[in-house]
Design a protein. Sequence first.
Length: 584
Amino acid sequence: MRFDDIDYGLIDPSKPVKVFSAKKVITMDKNRPEAQSIAVQGQYIVGVGSKESLLRALKVREIPLEIDDQFANYYIYPGFAEHHMHPQIMGSFMVGGNYVGFTDRTTADGSILPGIQSIEKLKDRIKELIAQNEARLKKGGNEWLNCWGFDPLMLEDADITRDVLDEVCKDYPLCIYHASAHIMNLNSAGLKLAGYEELPPSPFLPRYEDGRINGTIEEPEMMHYAFEAGASRVDYSLEGLIKASEVSTKIARIKGCTSVTDKGTNFPLTPKDVASRAWLAARDQKKLHTRVNMEVWFNTVDVWDYKGKKGWEAIKQIQNEKDPRLSVGNYKILIDGSIQGFTANLLPNCCYIKPGKENGLLTVDEDHLHKYIQIAEEHGMSVSVHTNGNGATEAVINVIEKIRKKSPNIGFRHSLEHCQLATENQFWRMAKLHITPNLFTNHLYYWGDAHAKYTVGDHGVRHMDACRSALGYGLKIGMHSDDLVTEVSPLFTAWCAVNRKSLTGKVYGEDQCISVDEAMRAITYNHAWLAHQEDVRGSIEMGKWADFTILAEEATEDKKERLKDIKIIGSVIGGDDIFINGKS
């Protein structure tokens, strides 16, 4: 019997301890990488070891126990985490939008929304939706036909600009919201209703050669006019976002998540502080199917309102309550666009290969970025900065270098979100500055072929989302789905990093593939570390939350080709919230 398998100091001897057994427990604890059983009491892990040793240790102290063998034939991992998604916006579109994306999507009841894989089928779908919604659309006002999930590069760079959309929908305002969330396309009725014809020229408002606005609206600041007029409007009321929170966390739970990070709570698309209030209300109503880590959207701090406190004081109040189901983590900044939308900012010696596509612009310049990062550090927050292009990555590194000359790092874990085109030199500098890349590995599958053909070329894709390079510099990488951009699914995300295959099966950058063990550590421990929560989750250790994901098979190197297809049996949160896939 090994008494180091159990921590009696964590146990109330008057209450039962539950012992979960498994074929194998993969802990992500380097001191004890494997075990057979886990002892749990009061939401926490109190023992890790063999089943025999745990049972004997409990019996010798006459501690009541319960044995749970339902996972005895399966493999238990630390709970999977999705460290970059937009769950409320995704949930809102799942509830109230019309999906027109290329690939299938899972709904909250486990059913599938089918993908649309040709421009003809897209047009047919729009016509069907017009017929279904015509009574509502005829009311006029700000009644739109809103669709989401589309990307033109998936359909051979399909043209869905204003004139094309007018062919299928002339009488009613139509919005096609792109999967990237950085671009939308409107028809003429939509442009008129949103007032774009009256705006001065802008690089974020492209035009046809004859000078007319072509209906492509780029980046949130320019899309704001359409949002105000009703484009992409789903139910962003308090009740609507509570429902969206419930739906999105249920979908994430189906995919094995026990924790998700909302990368930008109170994003300007949602009114005032309704997003944070919805998370709090969903928690209180016990409608959250995962733990949720909120990140503060950088230019909406002042809208936070909680228990009579405003702004930073409201945020700190939520932090200080230390609720295990709902926390406030980092500070989120966005400074460029998307690669597939040609709005990501590239280094001066890089360029898009498609003729006529100029470099994307920084949406926040270095002076303002410097100010925002300093504000976050003054409030004890690490910063997550959206940088798709290596030009944006360079801007962040430059700014943090300047800040560090005057202010040492006291433990901040600043991250570059997406960070898809980072160079070797940039990874080296990140390591020196303790900046972590949270890489968008899903992108390689969905857009690898399109990027090779239209945006950065085959060479650029081979070094895109360069996990191996980042690990080589000692960086604790993250990897993510960015849902609603691609579907939340950590095991699929890990598969993308391990195999780097595109939709057509082509491998881009085999030298950047990582091992299965490295990928599994990223979606468990590394994500907890990035959220400053490695003391309570990310590995199966005594004193941490009893959060587990259960797989039908062990994720080993010989299974790397089918890693994404390993069956997720279910998950456990806090030892007593047990979810089994396929059961209501």
